[in-house]
Write a protein that binds this ligand. Sequence first.
Ligand code: FAD
Length: 409
Amino acid sequence: MKHCDVFIIGGGPAGSIAAAKLVQAGYDVKLVERQVFPRFVIGESLLPRCNQLLNDANMLDSIEAAGFQFKGGVAFQTGREFEIFHFDNNLGEPFNSSFQVKRELFDHELLKDAERKGTDVEFESEVTAYDPDANIVTVKTKQGDIETYQAKKVIDASGYGRVLPRLLNLDAKPKLALRRATFCRVQNDVRPTDGTDGYIYVDVYGDNDAWIWNIPFNDGITSVGIVCTEAFFQSFNMTDDAFWDHIVHTHPCAKERYKNASKINDVGSLSGYSAAVKKLYGDNFVLVGNASEFLDPVFSSGVTLALESGSVAADLTLRELQGDTVDWQTEYEDYMMRGINVFREFVESWYDGRLQTIFFTEHKDERIKQSITSVLSGYVWNPKNYFVKSPTAAVNTLVAMIESSKQPV
Ligand code: FAD
């Protein structure tokens, strides 16, 4: 049996930031990653809060040096209606921009950085079992050998692998409807010429039946994905490829943007990606990133929440290793759920149309716009923001005001 201070399952953003923080504090960290890097993973649009978290972990320099596409905001459009949120017009948050990233490159940069800082990284090895009482992790190595590790803390950052939720029966039923994403990368799209070419554009399709993400990279390639319910997709009786073509070429904005574009890879799809857990931690382990909760891609919150949870889990683990008592319920689970629930309200009100009523109303108070921008920037813990303090009440009150102002007098 081998020993380490902290054992981390998975080398995505959540695992890398946790590892980097712990090794910089002088602890001995083993990180096991199932795949060879660089590896593809979906989720290419980041939020300004990511930059702050990477900065706090001394990891922003290597990401900036990699020269990813600058992202200054987010635009929503239907073809008739349009609204744009510039990240620098927020409630005074410290970071005002982020990046659009090919995740295979971004995740590799982060993991290399964590390794340079002292993490013992092992690729192509898979965690296959876990004993929560003895805190012993079983690993099947690349060579097919079985090794065991005893750690003081285990951090599960296995993303869609959901290692500990599966092994410890922690999965809960997600509350959101079953949706699917159909996506590919293209070249030769027509980008905006007003300085927003690096922004993510979100196109609402039909009567809010689907939405399209347009995520531009700095090498002229753009990621284009369609998100809808499984039932909407099935109603077309088409292959992924034919469905992607049909939706993109029948949306007034996408049709124009991709009129000369060509696909550079096969159209892929993913469904049933929303996930929830009964508990975010146990006596000896903590779940971070997508191994815990994942809502929906519409506000690009996944990597932000992965970095936030990896970062907070590392800070709390550090305190525990130094002999401090940590209240994981209030300091980790309740904290994370507060931010997740702000995004949950945004996601639910996006799909039932309330949020679009707010986004596309013509007369928006500047303070409301700044508050929405702060949420869309990933600042979902700022108590000065009404959308953070009372997300449902904030959305419903605004919708009611907008609706009543439309009533004839
Ligand atoms: P991951 O990045 O998934 O990394 C987990 C790692 O663990 C993997 O490398 C995997 O190989 C490894 N692993 C798994 N099992 C094992 C095992 N048994 N042993 C060892 N290693 C293991 N987020 C955004 O921020 N912006 C977006 O625009 C966005 N778009 C999205 C679109 C769609 C359709 C979906 C479904 C998600 C999107 N997301 C987006 C979410 C984003 O993909 C995730 O939130 C993010 O990748 C989570 O990072 P992570 O570090 O938790 O996990």
